[in-house]
Every structure is written in C-alpha cells, then in structure tokens.
Write a protein that binds this ligand. Structure first.
Ligand code: NDP
Ligand code: GDR
Length: 377
C-alpha cells in the first residue's frame, strides 16, 4: 500500500486520550506493537476478544505496515485496537498511557532488537532495553495497578551468550555477549526482583530466535529469503553474509506469541524458555532457502573466501563479507523447551523447513515472482 494511503497516518492517539474507548473483555497493552511479534500477538489477542492498546513511535515515515490490516477508525467508540504515540525512553508518557489503558496484561516487546546494531548504539540500547523496562514497571506501580496487572517481558536466548551448557534451559547460567544481551540481562533481573519485592505477576519469556515473513529485513533469515526471491527473479546476483557457522534454534513467530499468552494465563508468574529443540547453521538456512527455488548450493573455500555456488548457474550466490561479523559472537543456541511443554502445554507447530518455505514463498510473492517456487518433495 502506498504510504500516502496508509490509514494509520491519522492522529491515532487523540481519541484514546479523551477516554472514549470502552472495553467489555480483557485489556492488553503491547509495547513494540509495530514489530514482528507485536503484530502477531495483536492478531491473537483481538481474536480472543481483548481490547488491545499499542504504543507506536513517532516516525517521519510510516512504521505501521505490519498492523495495517488490523486498523480501526479511531473515531469509532467500539474499536478494540487503540494506538498511542510513545517511547520507552519517556517516563511521563509511559505513565500516561498506562493510566489511560488500565491494562490487565502488559506485553513489553519494545526494544532496539538488533544485536549487531547494539555494538554501535550501546547507550541507546541500554536506555530502551534495560531502563525502559524499569520505567514501565514503575509506571504500573505509580498508577497503583501493580497487584492487578500481569507483565510479560521479552527476554532472550542471547542471555546465554558464550556457551555454558547445551541445550540451554531456565537454569543455564547467563553470559551475555553484546550490549543488547547485557541490557536484556538487566531487564530479566528487574522482572525477577519486582516479582519478589512487590508480588507482581511478572514473567520472563526466554525466547529463542523466531522468524516469519514479517521478520525485519536485516536479520539473517529474512535477509537470506529476500535475497533468494530477488535472485530467482533476476534482480540480484549475490547475497553477502557474515558468520555462516553460527547456529540458531529457529522457530515461527506465530507459535511463540501463543506461548507468551500462555505464560500470562498460568496460575503463578514464572520464567519459561520457548524453543524448538533443533539447531541449524546459517549455512544450512541458506541451503533450505535456495532449495525452495530449486537451487542446490555447493560450498567451496574457507573463512572469508567461502562461497555458495548455485547448481543452476554455476556462479556464487552466497559470499562472505566480514563487515557482518560481530565483535563477540554467540556461536551456538539450542533451547530445551521442556518446562513450557510440561507446565503450559506449549508445543511449536511449524517445522524448520516449513518456516523457511513460508518466508521464501512470501518474499517471492511480494516481488511478483510466485511462479519460481518449486514444489516441496
Ligand atoms: P522488532 O525489532 O521487530 O520490533 C521491535 C519493536 O520495538 C518495534 O515495534 C519498534 O518500533 C519498537 N521499539 C524500538 N525502540 C523503541 C522505543 N525506544 N520505544 C518504543 N518502541 C520501540 O522485534 P521482534 O518483534 O522480533 O521482537 C520483539 C521483542 O522480543 C524484542 O524485545 C526483542 O528484543 C525480543 N526478542 C526477539 C526474538 C526474536 O527472535 N524475534 C527472540 C527473543 C527476544 P518501530 O517499529 O518504530 O521500530
Ligand atoms: P540474532 O539474529 O543476533 O540471533 O538476534 P540475527 O538474525 O541478526 O543473527 C543470527 C546469526 O546470524 C549470523 N549472521 C548474520 N546476521 C545478520 N543479521 N546479518 C548477516 O548478514 C549475517 N550473517 C551471519 C549472526 O552473526 C548471528 O550469529 C535475534 C534478534 O531477534 C534478537 O532481538 C533476539 O533476542 C535473538 O534473535 C534471540
């Protein structure tokens, strides 16, 4: 949709500030509603009858593409999706939104979420991803909602960092390896502390990587699937990547937002790992993604000389660019989701191959090259 036609270009927050939104069912507040997880979680909660308040950032261009399809006219009193301008760095703003929304459940998904970027923006990342969590927790307490509100914190497998134990579970020690992960470690512990100190229902979801067609384009999976689509359509020749040996436990975001909601329905607030229990290298993600367009890759060379050669053209379609290496890397993530399975009944439904296919097909369709998909065997 062209930006000028985007209905979310309206002054989305004004009606909410008048207090004109009535809700019958439960009320959720989602920070980071415009992100990958925020958009899937909003769909899930609206389906379940929630009124959803979301915080969006003011931007010079529209940043609401992932939730456009859920938009409701802000002048309709019966709407169940209410958007507020806000920012995790603004205490007064967060307090005001909490007072207006009066949520039953808060899902704190907002973050500067890119690990590599956190090395370039360490202070900002700490402000948003660490202190931002404290700000919203205290806004809830200041609004005297501390006892009633349930709080979900988007914690991360990046906390495990330098490998201490495999697979990683709720009891594995942390060893964060980036400014992002260090900030998220503060967030993790402030959640635990507020739970113990003030008896808040606050829980950490320690989520391993989860992807989807809505994944940000600079994360490795989406970077690969977009490149595969463009290469299939003849619009790109090569994709440059960093560390091909990194191993990740990749699941589908739709499965993971369901797990977030399940944690919030538990009797007691607890911390849970969500993961698939399978790990794959970046290289094997490339293999699976190119397979969707009928291309087998042969890997030649080592280190920064390594290339992935296409079975169709005999030319390299994957090359290494050290610019994408990180100062400190997380080599291996493999989660153990036993606690979530046994206590919550959470089981991921989308397999690795289905996830990769979903992403490549969506990217092919987006550029009008859906005919390049090869039938799955
Ligand atoms: P995205 O990067 O897609 O979304 C992040 C969201 O946070 C966006 O809505 C973004 O707004 C918003 N945001 C960023 N900075 C601020 C700020 N200063 N104030 C208010 N909002 C802000 O992330 P995901 O959806 O993938 O992840 C959701 C959360 O889960 C994040 O906290 C992430 O760190 C964490 N996480 C993610 C995992 C994954 O594999 N996806 C795994 C484990 C944890 P805008 O759209 O304007 O940029
Ligand atoms: P990650 O995701 O750092 O695990 O954080 P990302 O997709 O950025 O990297 C995964 C692995 O791939 C390697 N890699 C590359 N990464 C990117 N972005 N670009 C490349 O070109 C590239 N080449 C290789 C990386 O070095 C890394 O090892 C994500 C985010 O969603 C976090 O917010 C979340 O907390 C964790 O997942 C769990």
């Amino acid at each position: 949709m062209a930006a000028e036609n985007n209905p979310l270009g309206l002054d989305v927050a004004s009606a909410a500030r008048d207090g004109s939104v009535q809700s019958n069912g439960p009320v959720a507040l989602i920070t980071g509603i415009t992100g990958q997880d925020g958009s899937y979680l909003t769909e899930l909660l609206l389906d379940k009858g929630y009124t959803v308040h979301g915080i969006i950032r003011r931007s010079s261009s529209f940043n609401t593409g992932r939730i456009e399809h859920l938009y409701e006219d802000p002048h309709r009193d019966s709407r169940r999706l209410v958007l507020h301008y806000g920012d995790m760095t603004d205490t007064t703003n967060l307090l005001s939104i909490v007072q207006i929304a009066k949520p039953d459940e808060v899902y704190n998904l907002a973050a500067q979420s890119h690990v590599k970027v956190s090395f370039e923006l360490p202070e900002y990342t700490a402000d948003v991803d660490a202190v931002g969590v404290l700000r919203i927790l205290d806004a809830i307490r200041a609004a005297n909602l501390g006892k009633q509100v349930k709080f979900y914190q988007a914690s991360t497998s990046e906390l495990y960092g330098l490998v201490q134990e495999v697979p990683q579970s709720e009891t594995t020690p942390f060893y964060p390896r980036s400014p992002y992960a260090v900030a998220k470690q503060y967030a993790y512990w402030i959640i635990v502390n507020y739970r113990e100190a003030y008896n808040m229902f606050a829980c950490n979801g320690i989520l391993f990587n989860h992807e989807s067609p809505r994944r940000g384009a600079t994360f490795v999976t989406r970077k690969i699937t977009r490149a595969v689509a463009k290469i299939a359509a003849g619009k790109q020749k090569v994709v440059y990547l960093g560390n091909l040996d990194a191993k990740r436990d990749w699941g589908h975001a739709r499965d993971y937002v369901r797990g977030m909601w399940m944690m919030m329905q538990a009797e007691e607030p607890e911390d849970f790992v969500l993961a698939t229990g399978e790990t794959h290298t970046v290289r094997s993600f490339c293999d699976a993604a190119f397979k969707v367009i009928g291309v087998e890759l042969t890997w030649q060379g080592e280190g920064i000389e390594e290339v992935g050669i296409s079975s169709v053209t005999g030319e390299p379609v994957v090359k290494v660019d050290p610019a994408y290496f990180r100062p400190t890397e997380v080599d291996l993530l493999l989660g153990d989701p036993t606690k979530a399975r046994t206590k919550l009944g959470w089981v991921p439904e989308v397999t690795f191959d289905a996830l990769v296919r979903d992403m490549v097909v969506a990217d092919l369709e987006e550029i009008g090259a859906g005919d390049k998909v090869v039938a799955a065997k």
